[in-house]
Design a protein around this ligand. Structure first.
Ligand SMILES: NC(=O)c1ccc[n+]([C@@H]2O[C@H](COP(=O)([O-])OP(=O)(O)OC[C@H]3O[C@@H](n4cnc5c(N)ncnc54)[C@H](O)[C@@H]3O)[C@@H](O)[C@H]2O)c1
Length: 340
């Protein structure tokens, strides 16, 4: 099988995880990196031994003609870069948030469809080991039909140290982590037909809403509560774990702090095991949960490039998640229940 050649655009804080994961995966090679800041592109080329770097994505892609493009820039640049990449590669991967508007998101999906390019959104939370384990238990019918879920991402970790731009975003909890949580909920419980949401500004040092709680009604009749806060004081701090309870007709699955998974099946029977992922050799705690999920997300991208399956979630699927985020912002602003 020939090596799949990729270009990474956006040599910032998070893309170091992408680069380390591509390096670990067989059958794939990053042949060029690009950042509008030459110092960052050059540093990545040096640190990861990449032969070509540049500042103009159009020039780099025209010269390199890659199999795939991995876009790890912040949201404002996504549409232009995805539309460009669709003309040069078979697979385009775009970091979350995919877009700020449905118009931009639909345009990116249409551009990739017109060029016959696969489009995936880098939604790694559904690829985290605890979530993969819960999904497998649900698919095996271990608790029967899922009826109720609570998904909770609350911590006091200083996210602004690595991502200072977040302190200026109005709806930061919904647009930074809310969309990951909504993707997980759709993945486990199915599509949502209506939602309501409350937001809070908890940390006086940030400009936007750093906490939210959303109540979702799924098409199946199931109900989910999704909550997030970046200003919760807890010891030990669970960051970056999502804690979860799913109740089904036959039992309950819990994922608690410290990566414990409990399967309750009635009559007092409880099975408990650890679901902590291994720390990649290039990783560091507490980020290993996310770093391992980046590796698993990218592993399926290589498989798709080799003609084995598709990449999940696709851009088209992510339209529904973005629609939920925008609906939650509206629900909170107007104090209404929004139908999707
Ligand atoms: N999935 C996750 O778990 C996760 C975690 C952290 C961040 N992210 C997402 O990753 C994205 C990047 O976040 P970050 O914290 O690394 O940001 P960052 O600002 O550190 O890095 C972004 C880089 O993109 C470059 N860039 C922007 N526009 C460009 C363009 N048109 N052409 C070339 N380069 C361009 C910038 O110069 C910068 O170096 C964000 O959308 C963020 O939400 C995802």
């Amino acid at each position: 099988m020939r090596v799949q050649r990729g270009v990474l655009i956006g040599c910032g804080f998070f893309a170091r995880n992408h680069m380390a994961a591509w390096d670990e995966l067989p059958g794939v090679e990053i042949v060029a990196v690009c950042d509008r800041d030459p110092a960052k592109a050059e540093a990545y080329a040096r640190d990861f031994g990449i032969p070509r770097w540049g500042v103009e994505a159009a020039e780099v892609l025209a010269e390199v003609r890659p199999d795939f493009v991995d876009i790890a820039t912040t949201v404002g640049s996504h549409r232009a870069l995805v539309e460009l990449a669709a003309r040069h590669a078979r697979l385009v991967i775009c970091q979350k948030p995919f877009a700020e508007t449905m118009e931009d998101a639909r345009a990116m999906v249409a551009a990739c469809a017109a060029s016959d390019a696969m489009l995936a959104v880098h939604e790694n939370f559904r690829w985290q080991r605890p979530i993969r384990e819960v999904k497998a238990l649900l698919e095996a019918g271990e608790i029967g039909a899922p009826r109720w879920l609570r998904l909770s991402f609350r911590h006091g970790y200083d996210i602004y140290a690595n991502q200072p731009y977040l302190a200026e975003v109005r709806d930061l909890a919904l647009t930074d982590i809310g969309l990951h949580l909504f993707d997980v909920v759709r993945h486990l419980m199915g599509d949502v037909e209506r939602l309501s949401c409350e937001v809070q500004r908890r940390n006086p040092r940030v400009a936007g809403f750093d906490a939210f709680q959303a109540l979702l009604r799924h098409g199946s009749g199931a109900v989910s509560s999704v909550e997030c806060s970046f200003h919760s004081v807890m010891t030990p701090d669970p960051f970056p774990q999502s804690l979860l309870v799913v109740e089904g007709d036959l039992g309950t699955i819990e994922v608690t702090e410290g990566f414990r998974l409990r399967l309750h099946r009635g009559g007092g029977a409880v099975e408990e095991r650890g679901v902590e992922p291994p720390c990649p050799v290039w990783g560091a705690r507490p980020w290993h949960l996310i770093q391992e999920s980046v590796l698993e997300f990218q592993r399926q991208a290589v498989a798709a490039l080799e003609g084995r399956g598709t990449v999940e979630p696709s851009g088209a699927h992510n339209l529904g998640t973005l629609e939920m985020v925008l609906a939650a912002i509206r629900a909170a602003d107007e104090g209404v229940v929004v139908r999707l």
